[in-house]
Ligand binder design. Structure first.
Ligand code: MF3
Ligand code: CO
Length: 249
C-alpha cells in the first residue's frame, strides 16, 4: 500500500478524532484505582463514544472483542478488559482508538495505580519521554528511521529494551496504514516523512528483554521474560516544522 498524504481538510477531521481519543483516555486514567474492574473502562468508552457519535475503532478489528486495550504489568499491548480487578501498584497501559467522519485516531498511555515501585515509575517516565523524543524527531524531510533511532538510543541508554515485533504505523481512513514506524533501527532507514502524513508513534519499553509472547487468548502480548512493560502512543501530523500532535487531551 502506498503512503497516503492527507489534505488540510482531512487533517482537520483527524484533529477532532484525536481530541476525542485524547480526552477519553484522560477520563479513563482519572478513573484508575485499586478495585476498578477492567471492563468498567470498556463500558465508559462505549458510553462516551455513543454520546459523541464516534465509532470505537478497535471493537471487531480482526475480531477484537472490546473498545479499548488494557494491559497490566508484564502485559505489553492488546490486553482484553475483563473481570480482573486493578490492584495497588499495578502498571496499567490503556490503548484507545476512535473513528470520526471516516478517520481514525489512535493513542495509548501507561499509568501506575496507587503505590507503584520506584522502578515501575522510572520505566513509565522513560517511556513517556521516549514517545516525545520520537515525536520531536518526526519532521518533514527526515527519514522514519530518525524516530526509532531516537527512541531506541534513549531507552537502551536507560538500560531498557524496546519491543521489535510491534511497531507504530501510518493512520488515516484505516487504523494501520503505511509506513511502519519501528521504535528501533538506523537513522538512514525508512521512507522520508512529508507534510500531510499522519503517523502513530508508539514505543513499548521493557525493563528486561525485548522478546514477546502471546497468551492463549490470542490477543494479550506480554514480555517473554515477564518483566514490566510500558507503552505510550500519539497520533501526529507531519508538517514542515514540529509535528502537530493530534491526540492530546
Ligand atoms: N492501538 C493498537 C495499535 O496501535 C491497535 C489495537 S489492536 C485492536 O496498533 F485489536 F485492539 F484493535
Ligand atoms: Co497504534
Amino acid at each position: 500500500m502506498p503512503i497516503i498524504v492527507k489534505s488540510r481538510e482531512e487533517i482537520a477531521i483527524m484533529r477532532e478524532a484525536g481530541k476525542i481519543v485524547g480526552g477519553t483516555l484522560q477520563l479513563l486514567v482519572d478513573l484508575l484505582r485499586p478495585g476498578l474492574v477492567e471492563k468498567e473502562l470498556d463500558e465508559v468508552v462505549r458510553k462516551e463514544f455513543k454520546k459523541r457519535d464516534v465509532i470505537p475503532t478497535f471493537l471487531g478489528y480482526h475480531g477484537y472483542p472490546a473498545t479499548v486495550c488494557v494491559s497490566i504489568n508484564d502485559e505489553i499491548v492488546h490486553g482484553i478488559p475483563g473481570d480482573r480487578e486493578i490492584m495497588d501498584g499495578d502498571v496499567v497501559s490503556i490503548d484507545l482508538g476512535c473513528t470520526y467522519k471516516g478517520f481514525v485516531a489512535d493513542a495509548a498511555l501507561t499509568a501506575g495505580v496507587g503505590d507503584v515501585s520506584p522502578e515501575a515509575q522510572k520505566l513509565i517516565d522513560a517511556t513517556k519521554e521516549a514517545v516525545w523524543l520520537g515525536i520531536r524527531a518526526a519532521r518533514g524531510g527526515s527519514r522514519v528511521g530518525e524516530i526509532g533511532h531516537a527512541i531506541q538510543t534513549y531507552a537502551e541508554g536507560k538500560g531498557y529494551s524496546v519491543v521489535r515485533e510491534y511497531v507504530g504505523h501510518g493512520v488515516g481512513r484505516e487504523m494501520h496504514e503505511d509506513p511502519q514506524i519501528p521504535n528501533y533501527g538506523s537513522r538512514e532507514s525508512g521512507p522520508v516523512l512529508r507534510p500531510g502524513m499522519v503517523i502513530a508513534i508508539e514505543p513499548m519499553v521493557n525493563i528486561g528483554g525485548w522478546r514477546t509472547k502471546r497468551d492463549s487468548d490470542n490477543w494479550t502480548v506480554r514480555t517473554a521474560d515477564r518483566s514490566l512493560s510500558a507503552h505510550f502512543e500519539h497520533t501526529l501530523a507531519i508538517t514542515d516544522e514540529e509535528p502537530e500532535v493530534l491526540t492530546l487531551p
